[in-house]
Design a protein around this ligand. Structure first.
Ligand code: MN
Length: 431
């Protein structure tokens, strides 16, 4: 596997942190051992974790008000791939990349796939985009895409999704994620039921184009850009549509796409129970679809989501799988640093969830010992598993301190020289 940052530099950086890591790891091993937990099992578990990177997260996203680009931002999908390779090299937790078309469209998918494979990367779900108009496009999506009143507009949106499947096939992807901004800004703007009927009709055509080993993920979002009634606004609508479409259709949960205080872990449990949990877009939010770094606002919620995933995995065994992806927009940080930090935070929740004593939890639940049940979860959440994560990274060839190693390597400074900014070259956004 070829690496972008010199592995000797990573090894030297790790060397400086080695002694402290071993001391912390040994101390944690002792704590866990008193609880009957083997730290080595958890470290192997951590090494198996993977979350895919959003190609669009490699650049500065901006808000509805402004975008303040950073230095050395990737200007095309090949440069995005390089940044993703750096993130994976240092974290060893992000081997997948989720592309967004047409932002990441390439006429040479073979070259893109070869570049990815040379860095040990693969392509996770591909995302279609019918929430904005592209240059030269015949029909506008101003009044909707898959739900548009105009049959020609709907057909164009369906064809774009089919094109995404074709390009995804060439890249080795196995899933298409569909998020639409369709909806209404005014009561009466459209017929609420008619809009969903047109959506289902369009999705049936997309579903029919899926290869046998593919899935389609329906991503719901409460509001924005439609501020009165979004067609696919909630998990109930998403679930109903996935049921209507068939076994290859599943629901995708973006953590930021719910009303404040929504019990997202319960949505996860429901979708898992009924076999319709397809995957995630991880991020965090305070007010709405803020697309903040994962775990930066509400790490307990992230832990509780993974607690449900651990429960589902225990019930269903190896057949239980979800497509896990990050989906963030970085406005004030270096996107590479944010994505590395987020990958580690999601991995942290994954390991903490594995620490939950499920037999004890079940016992407390059955005995109605509410306090001890809550404490069982809290004990796992309160455990600082950082030494396990760092050890897992190091053993897999990554960095004990990914952000520290990244800064020491001077990657951003080199990218700033190699990638002079071009007007309009960035393709990042909030999705
Ligand atoms: Mn998303």
């Amino acid at each position: 596997m070829s690496t972008i940052i010199d592995q000797n530099l990573v090894a030297r950086h790790n060397g400086q942190l080695q002694a402290n890591l071993h001391a912390d790891y040994d101390a944690l091993a002792g704590v866990l051992s008193r609880r009957g937990v083997d730290i080595e099992t958890l470290t192997v578990h951590a090494q198996q974790f993977a979350v895919a990177l959003p190609s669009w997260g490699a650049g500065t996203g901006g808000t509805r008000f402004a975008r303040f680009p950073g230095k050395g931002e990737p200007r095309n999908v090949f440069e995005k791939l390089d940044d993703c390779a750096v993130i994976h090299q240092l974290t060893r937790a992000t081997p997948g990349i989720s592309l967004h078309f047409p932002w990441d469209r390439t006429d040479d998918p073979k070259a893109l796939r070869e570049q990815a494979e040379s860095h040990g990367l693969y392509f996770d779900a591909v995302n279609s985009n019918t929430f904005q108009d592209q240059q030269g496009q015949e029909h506008s999506y101003k009044y909707g895409s898959l739900t548009a009143q105009s049959a020609a507009t709907r057909a164009q949106a369906v064809q774009h999704n089919i094109d995404c499947i074709e390009l995804g096939r060439a890249l080795g992807s196995k899933a298409l994620t569909v998020w639409i901004g369709d909806g209404a800004n005014f009561p009466g703007q459209h017929n609420l039921r008619g809009s969903l009927e047109r959506y289902l009709d369009s999705m049936r055509s997309i579903y029919a184009a899926l290869p046998d080993d593919w899935q389609v993920f329906i991503e719901h979002k409460l509001f924005e850009p439609a501020f009165y009634a979004t067609t696919i606004a909630d998990w109930g609508t998403s679930f109903a549509c996935a049921q209507q479409l068939g076994p290859k259709a599943k629901c995708l949960v973006d953590l930021g796409h719910h009303a404040p205080n929504t019990n997202i872990e319960m949505i996860v449990a429901r979708l898992a129970q009924f076999g319709k949990l397809g995957g995630f877009h991880f991020n965090d939010s305070k007010y709405g679809d803020d697309d903040l770094d994962s775990g930066s606002i509400n790490p307990f919620q992230l832990f509780l989501v993974f607690n449900e995933l651990a429960d589902a995995a225990q019930r269903e065994g190896a057949s239980f799988k979800t497509a896990n992806m990050l989906d963030q927009s970085h406005n004030v940080t270096d996107p590479i640093e944010s994505l590395m930090s987020s990958a580690v935070e999601v991995q942290r929740a994954y390991v903490q969830a594995a620490l939950v004593d499920r037999a004890a939890l079940r016992g407390h639940q059955e005995a109605n010992d509410v306090l001890q049940a809550a404490q069982t979860l809290k004990q796992a959440f309160r455990t600082d598993v950082s030494p396990i994560l760092a050890m897992a990274r190091q053993r897999s060839g990554g960095a004990i301190d990914p952000v520290g190693a990244y800064r020491a390597a001077g990657y951003r400074e080199q990218a700033a020289v190699a990638r002079p900014a071009r007007a309009g070259a960035s393709s990042s956004g909030i999705v």
